[in-house]
Structures are given as C-alpha cells and as structure tokens.
Design a binder for this molecule. Structure first.
Ligand code: ATP
Length: 288
C-alpha cells in the first residue's frame, strides 16, 4: 500500500490530525487478499459513542515483519483483537492466509499465535504448566509439548522460574511466558501486542532473534509497539494508525521517506504539546 499523505485536521474528539470518523462504514474498496498473512477490509468497532476502529483496510504480506504503530487510544489493540478472533467486528472482514476469521474461526485461529494485550492468563499454573497447557490445548501430543516447552523455557530465560506460579511472575516474565504459550504450536502468523513492554534488554534481544529467525523461515510477525526506533530497526513494513484509521502503510522506507520513523510518525499523528499549561510544575515558579 502506498503511504497516504498526512490527513487534514478534523474536529474533536480524537487526535488533532486524524480524519473525522464517518457516521457509518463505507463499503470496503476491494475484497481481502488471500495471499496476505492478514488482510483486513473495512474493520469497524464502536463502543457506545466511541468509534474505536473506523474502517481499517490493511494487508500484511506473508513473510513480512509488520509493525503497527499509533498513539495511545489509536485503535491498535481493538484492530488486532478483531483480526485474531478475540473481538467480533461490527463490520468488515479479517482473513488469515485467506481463511475468514469470523466465518471459519477455528481454522483461522489454528494458523495464528497471539500475544494479546492485558488478557488474563491462567496464572495459578506454573510457567512450565502454562506453556504445556497451551500446547495440549492446541492438540499437540505430550512428547512434542514436553520437548517444545523445554526449548521455550530456555529461549525465554525462564528455566529457573519454571515452577513458580505465573501470578508471582514480574510483568516482563509474564510477557515472556505468554509469548512462549503463543509460539508452542509453531503458528504460520504471529500477532503480538506490545511484546517488548516491560521486558528487560537482554530478553528483548533474545526475543527479537527468535522472531527474526521465525520470519527468515517464512513466518509472518505483526507487532504493535510504541517504540519507533525498534520498529524502524526490526520491521520490514509498518502501518501508522490514529483515530481508528490507517494514516500510512507500506515498507518502513516508503512510510518514513527521508525522515526517521519517529519524525514521520509525529508529522502524521500530530499532537505535540508545549507544556505551557503546566507552568505550576516548574520548580522556578513554585511559590511554596
Ligand atoms: N472495551 C472497551 N470499551 C469501551 N471503549 C473501549 C474499549 N476498548 C477500547 N476502547 C476505546 O477504544 C479506543 C481504542 O482503544 P485501543 O485499546 O484499541 O487503542 P490502542 O491503540 O491499543 O491504545 P494504546 O496504545 O494506549 O494501548 C480508545 O478510545 C479506548 O478507550
């Protein structure tokens, strides 16, 4: 997809430069692309008065490392939840390698590994039990599950805490054990919501290596992240989302042009504040 130009400013609510949400979804421009790892057409979700996702069209090429970036509340998690079978769209279609997520959910979910944001785990299991449980739920035999669980505990640096209950894990350890659970059935497409949040730098580097190897072997990774530098270094493709719309999408080089991805992101999304309203916070102006 060719990067879109910066949108013209629209009225509130939502980010200052995001286009205003139309009152009703328009018909998708084209059918989903069956060759794409993920193909989204006209995805739309409203929560009460809030239109969280307002007609997202996106193709994630098979074999790509795809970054989804956007400001807080842009609609990233809602979009990924609809694409991965966690949240039913009001309108629109999501396909995984040509399989319709909402018409053939079981088949589509078999192709996917998902690290959702903020979804409760079975945290009264130990780390080893949780990974094992995920493998058995996916229909793998016990021998395969046992071997892969060991490999994943090593890869995620969780061997020493294998018998600790997940409820007692730190935020980063919880993220890693959830990622291990998402990987155990060797899915064709991985969708990871904020996979590096709270993860220490060494573990993050290990996870990046795992994900790069996975893509090199033909898998597809979709990550949402707020860390532009990471997305610029790690991803082949990126989509910038704000106000429930895709503002730009394509290869990282297409989207950023001559700028850094971070500068391009700020140009597209806008919303920089000068802090004038917080004069009282400056020590030099404190009166007591
Ligand atoms: N279950 C819900 N009920 C009501 N509003 C919701 C719900 N889920 C999301 N929203 C709203 O939809 C909008 C998009 O939220 P979403 O979580 O998709 O954004 P995001 O891009 O993932 O944000 P962040 O980067 O902060 O995680 C926000 O305004 C949010 O308040």
């Amino acid at each position: 997809m060719i990067p879109l130009s910066a949108p013209t400013p629209a009225g509130p609510p939502g980010p200052a430069t995001a286009p205003a949400a139309p009152a009703a979804p328009a018909a998708p421009a084209a059918p989903p692309d069956p060759s794409a790892a993920l193909s989204l057409r006209g995805l739309w979700k409203r929560f009460g008065q809030k239109i969280a996702v307002a007609g997202v069209d996106l193709d994630v090429p098979a074999g790509s490392f795809y970054g989804l970036v956007g400001p807080n509340g842009a609609g990233k998690t809602t979009t990924l939840s609809m694409a991965t079978g966690l949240l039913r769209p009001d309108f629109g279609v999501a396909t995984v390698l040509g399989t319709d997520m909402w018409a053939d959910t079981d088949a589509a979910k078999r192709l996917l590994g998902v690290l959702p944001d903020g979804v409760r785990l079975f945290d009264r299991l130990t780390g080893a039990q949780l990974i094992t449980y995920a493998g058995l739920l996916r229909g793998l035999d016990r021998e395969t599950v046992a071997a892969r669980a060991e490999d994943l505990l090593v890869a995620m640096d969780l061997v020493a805490d294998r018998d600790t209950f997940v409820v007692d894990y730190s935020a980063g350890m919880t993220k890693k054990v959830a990622l291990a659970a998402a990987l155990i059935h060797a899915p064709r497409v991985l969708v990871l919501d904020e996979p590096f949040e709270a993860v220490d730098p060494v573990s993050a580097a290990n996870i990046r290596d795992i994900l790069r190897g996975y893509v090199d072997d033909g898998g597809t990774v979709v990550v949402s992240s707020h860390v532009m530098d990471l997305v610029q270094r790690m991803c082949s493709h990126v989509a910038v989302v704000a106000g429930g719309h895709v503002l730009a999408a394509g290869t990282v080089d297409e989207v950023r042009g001559e700028q850094s991805l971070e500068d391009r992101f700020v140009d597209l999304v806008g919303g920089r504040k000068d802090g004038e309203g917080l004069a009282w916070l400056r020590s030099s102006s404190a009166s007591s």
